[in-house]
Ligand binder design. Structure first.
Ligand SMILES: C[S@@+](CC[C@H](N)C(=O)[O-])C[C@H]1O[C@@H](n2cnc3c(N)ncnc32)[C@H](O)[C@@H]1O
Length: 267
């Protein structure tokens, strides 16, 4: 993703389009217009971003209550609104959010003012080591490296080279008992469907090309991480949604999975 349009409020930004599709208010007219174009092309888009956020809440509970992590480091967080991680994790969990969009960071710090154990840093998910090695983050972590990591709703914005770099940097940095909640957008998405082509054109014209990948491709890129049981799960199954949530047109474009898969990656 280029950085030009993340500080230029006369151009739409992927993060603010996402916020608008989620029903948020941290966006500008130009973002709302772009979001409407996305929704016209792909009527399932608002439901897709909502589903993605519900799944994020599910994994926050799984990582903390089930898997026992009390430190979560989230990359490309978007706005920490009242449906984000810190609202669903148990008290005492440390949440380190990050995003590369300075406007998101500014809004986020307003939203989180005085929220205990919750931090928001400006950082680029293409180079996670820059966040992890930052002195302020090191101080919060106090040497701990067996942590929960999250890349949710971001892989489609990273090129193969950027994703490969992130995969390796996280593998090298993290402790052997770490867990990485990872979402891959794409899966069985029909790249030839006119609605998908139109959405890709809209993002490409903003300078944010979308990388929608087959699951084979994803498996190659995430090596040497491996997916813990039950492997990659469609977002519909992740959040136990019924197939009838998708219209026939949605299914033709997005495939039966609803546009993406998530997994818990371990070493
Ligand atoms: C689709 S939203 C996902 C938000 C959240 N993770 C979720 O799943 O609900 C994508 C976010 O990624 C951010 N983003 C895009 N590219 C990024 C990058 N290279 N580094 C950090 N953040 C990035 C955008 O600013 C936006 O806030």
């Amino acid at each position: 993703m280029t950085s030009d349009n993340i500080i230029d409020t006369s151009k739409p930004s992927a993060g603010r389009i996402y916020d608008y599709l989620l029903g948020g208010h941290h966006n500008f007219e130009v973002d709302r217009l772009a979001a409407e174009r996305v929704s016209v092309a792909l009527p399932f888009a608002p439901k897709f971003v909502r589903l993605q956020r519900w799944c994020l809440q599910d994994l926050a509970v799984e990582l903390t209550a089930q898997r026992g992590y009390d430190i979560i480091i989230d990359f490309a967080s978007g706005l920490p609104t009242n449906d984000h991680l810190h609202h669903v994790v148990p008290d005492g969990t440390t949440v380190i959010y990050s995003d590369y969009d300075p406007i998101v960071v500014e809004y986020a710090r307003e939203i989180l003012a005085d929220t205990p154990n919750t931090h928001f840093f400006q950082s680029d998910a293409r180079r996670p080591e820059e966040l992890l090695d930052r002195p302020a983050v090191q101080e919060i972590l106090a040497g701990r490296r067996n942590v929960a990591l999250i890349y949710w709703g971001i892989a489609a914005f990273l090129s193969d080279d950027d994703l490969l770099h992130a995969v390796r940097a996280l593998y090298e940095w993290s402790g052997p008992k770490s867990c990485w909640a990872f979402q891959a957008q794409g899966g069985d998405v029909n790249m030839d469907a006119p609605s998908i082509q139109r959405v890709r054109e809209i993002y490409a014209s903003m300078g944010n090309p979308l990388y929608l990948r087959s699951m084979n491709h994803v498996h190659q890129l995430i090596h040497p991480w491996r997916s813990d049981e039950p492997g990659f799960v469609s977002l519909l199954d992740w959040h136990s949604l019924e197939q009838h949530t998708l219209t026939v047109e949605d299914r033709i474009a997005l495939g039966e999975a609803g546009g993406g898969y998530g997994a818990y990656l371990v070493k």
